[in-house]
Design a protein. Structure first.
Length: 353
């Protein structure tokens, strides 16, 4: 197996690795010469593409050997090369941009076919795109969101989050990324990945699109909980926190839908909290979720003189089993006793949440 890090690359970039004695690479020499160019032409693309294809081939070969340490070593060496090339002044801006662009195209092609790429290789490719920290890597990161592998989807969402400040000034690009995250979030079943998607959707310069996307994901999550999902997850802490500063900018339909979703979450949280089988750590998380959800609900609904408070019920632990259902009913109602949210314009079904 030809290692990623030949002596040519070691000498040029100062990357540590183990390479076979006397290893040289004319390909690496040509590749490294390009990093000094102030501009690159289309005829340079095949050189970059071949170099990248060789790196992918090395990852695949290391995995096929069946030795995890070999694969980790190859990825670590490649990470060192990428780290040395990007953001360190070792290469020109033009070279960084073009290499990131070609990597995104090649890696996206690999990621688009889950059956042809082992998950370990796919994860390594997305990690490398993240290391590059360039907007040009977007096609690869966006494709990662569609992977059947959960780790790849998570890495893709986190990669997009890390690029928000660079994407944000470009409104058209930001809207495209937000749209992709919205689709991914609505379809996502894994709560950890949903949390990463929520965080990636925070675009201060695109509040309307961000709020709409977070709301769509929130509604999809509500549907899953109403359909029987019974897992305590922290993802919505991020969603509630991201929505709260912008509640005054919601459209009326967004206000109504968000209230209905919050009512459903509160019903699930309170019911789960009072279940004797719920573990102490889960109860602590459920308290945080209820605090956040009720804070946002109060800001939207503006109940008179704080007429209802799950927070107070939770703080009175000796009586929580009695008081929490009472306070919840003040929001979502009970048979014969409508709550605040059963009224117009919210029209939440009594007791359903």
């Amino acid at each position: 197996m030809r290692l990623t890090c030949t002596w040519t690359l070691v000498a040029a970039l100062g990357v540590s690795c183990v390479a076979p004695a006397g290893a040289q690479s004319g390909d690496d020499a040509v590749f490294l010469e390009l990093k000094t160019h102030g501009s690159l032409g289309l005829d340079d693309n095949p050189i970059l593409d071949q170099w990248l294809a060789d790196r992918v081939g090395e990852l695949v070969a290391a995995l096929q050997e069946g030795k995890a340490n070999n694969f980790a070593q190859v990825e670590q060496t490649l990470w060192g090369v990428v780290k040395a090339l990007f953001g360190q002044g070792a290469a020109t801006e033009a070279f960084e941009a073009r290499l990131a662009e070609r990597a995104a195209i090649l890696f996206a092609d690999h990621l688009s076919n889950d059956n042809a790429v082992r998950p370990e290789v796919a994860r390594a490719l997305v990690r490398l795109l993240r290391y590059m920290s360039r907007v040009e890597t977007l096609p690869g990161l966006q494709m990662a969101l569609r992977s059947t592998d959960e780790a790849v989807r998570y890495l893709g969402a986190e990669g997009l989050r890390s690029l928000r400040d660079r994407i944000g000034p470009n409104a058209q690009l930001a809207r495209a990324v937000i749209a992709d995250l919205r689709v991914a979030g609505v379809a996502e079943e894994n709560g950890v990945i949903v949390g990463a998607i929520y965080r990636a959707l925070e675009y201060p310069n695109q509040v309307a699109d961000s709020v709409s996307a977070i709301g769509a994901v929130l509604s999809a999550r509500t549907d899953r909980f109403r359909a029987g999902r019974n897992v305590v997850e922290r993802a919505e802490i991020d969603a509630f926190a991201l929505l709260e500063p912008h509640h005054g900018q919601f459209t009326q339909s967004q206000r109504v839908q968000t209230v209905r979703d919050l009512a459903s979450f509160l019903k699930f949280y309170a019911t789960k909290y009072l279940n004797p089988a719920t573990r102490p750590a889960e109860r602590q998380l459920l308290e945080r979720l209820m605090f956040r959800a009720e804070d946002l609900l109060e800001k939207i609904v503006k109940p008179a003189q704080r007429a209802v408070s799950l927070r107070n019920a939770l703080r009175d632990q000796p009586n929580v089993a009695r008081n929490l259902p009472v306070e919840l009913a003040k929001w979502i109602g009970a048979i014969g006793a409508p709550g605040l949210l059963n009224q117009t314009p919210w029209n939440v079904p009594i007791g359903r949440g």
